[in-house]
Ligand binder design. Structure first.
Ligand SMILES: [Zn+2]
Length: 433
């Protein structure tokens, strides 16, 4: 007892006095869960440290500087600066906050879907890997420097839904479209496949296809029995959704649609997960959308299909960066999170209507906290000072730190403009549901 008392005193004073703006984020300790939403200016990257120290990255986007649109005021600038590539900044970030520091290893990496702002894009400036004959960007650049144990995506190993992406016909069709987006996606995927085989051979990377409905594919690897309330449920991916029963899944797209010419787009095939730790729940869904376009069928609203099995959560990231087709009224009302986090890179993140829906007390009652990793001047010009009234923070890395076995959590905003990443703002503790 004599020994324990001062230890707790130190712990309490540490919490009371060391979490102010200008301070460093106090280090992760066993039992905590840290969910980092990293602002790079070039796409999504989230880094998680689970209660037993198991780690995971969800997406590592990097959009090419060679496109005028990316470098225009419509898009966010690269942060902290362009002295490193986006992949290198993500590596730098992970090494700062990973429990093992510069010896960091990623137990899991998950790519929600195959778009540049989630996996990277190869262009003529991309660096060459030292591990094999391929070029690196985004997730493969992270994997170049930090070993990835298990890589989960929606297509491994055949990549044949809804198209046979490895076939010559598909490749030729994509390149023939003369759309830079189609061709760079094709080149990027080819380099990504080379990355997987090379890393598997040289560093033991294991590739796996996302299993919709599973709650065992991603799990605690070090001290699982110590945290029985922890679970990661795969909600949907690659056209399949959890039914809510066991590990069963159901096809979201009707067979007759698949047999025709209309196939689901890449965004709607995003892998989505729900993380539960005690009373705390978190959902992140890549670029799934919820509002059907004119003439589109109900099957295109992935949000409507999955909201009932997700249920209410404490924290949710904005689907599709808060783009106009996402956060449908039904979805917002069903998940009703206390905290929304937008991962932003363009001036349509979030759409004006989306912002109104996530802030609406008609859709669900109660106070809530809105965070965005960035907000462009264009949004302020269009939407006005409502942004400042409803947002807690509109710039910086957003870190959710879950404490006391999931009983409560804090939200830290870290400075994205400097590599020190000092605390800019602290919210909480907020009690979990
Ligand atoms: Zn996206």
């Amino acid at each position: 007892m004599k020994f324990i008392f001062p230890f707790f005193l130190i712990l309490i004073s540490y919490y009371l006095f060391s979490q102010n703006p200008g301070d460093d984020l106090p280090p992760w300790n066993p039992g905590m869960m840290d969910l980092h939403h990293i602002q790079t200016g070039r796409g999504d990257a989230a880094f998680y440290v689970f209660p037993d120290g198991t780690t995971m990255i969800v997406d590592a986007g990097d959009m090419s500087e060679t496109h005028p649109r990316i470098t225009s005021p419509r898009n966010t600038p690269p942060v902290p600066d362009a002295s490193k590539t986006t992949g290198e900044w993500i590596v730098d970030y992970i090494r700062q906050f990973h429990p093992k520091g510069k010896d960091a290893v990623l137990d899991y990496a998950m790519i929600t879907h195959f778009h540049d702002d989630h996996m990277g894009e190869i262009d003529h400036t991309s660096k060459k890997s030292k591990w094999g004959e391929y070029y690196i960007t985004g997730i493969t650049e992270v994997g170049e420097h930090i070993p990835i144990r298990k890589l989960i995506d929606r297509g491994y190993p055949d990549y044949d839904f809804p198209h046979d992406m490895k076939s010559q016909e598909y490749r030729s069709a994509m390149l023939a479209r003369k759309d830079h987006y189609d061709s760079t996606t094709t080149f990027t995927l080819e380099q990504y496949w080379k990355f997987i085989s090379s890393q598997a051979e040289k560093r033991g990377l294991v590739g796996e296809q996302f299993k919709a409905g599973s709650n065992t594919q991603i799990k605690l690897l070090y001290k699982e029995p110590d945290y029985p309330s922890f679970e990661i449920r795969n909600i949907c991916g690659n056209g399949l959704a959890w039914t809510g029963w066991g590990e069963e899944s159901i096809a979201m797209v009707p067979q007759d649609i698949l047999a025709g010419t209309q196939v689901p787009g890449e965004n709607s095939l995003s892998n989505a997960i729900k993380i539960t730790y005690g009373n705390f729940n978190y959902f992140t869904g890549g670029d799934i959308a919820g509002n059907n376009g004119l003439g589109e069928g109900d099957w295109q609203s992935v949000e409507s299909q999955v909201a009932p099995v997700i249920g209410p959560v404490d924290v949710a990231t904005l689907n599709h960066h808060g783009n106009r087709d996402s956060q449908s009224p039904f979805y917002v009302r069903t998940l009703r999170p206390k905290v929304w986090i937008g991962q932003t890179w363009s001036s349509d993140h979030p759409g004006d209507d989306v912002m109104r829906r996530i802030a609406s007390k008609e859709l669900y009652p109660g106070d809530r906290y809105l965070f965005s990793t960035a907000m462009l001047e264009a949004n302020h010009l269009v939407i006005g000072d409502r942004i400042d009234r409803i947002y807690e923070s509109t710039h910086g890395h957003v870190v959710v730190r879950v404490l006391n076995g999931g009983e409560e959590y804090m939200v830290f905003v870290l400075d994205e403009c400097s590599p020190e990443r000092k605390i800019k703002k602290v919210i909480g503790p907020i009690k979990s549901r």
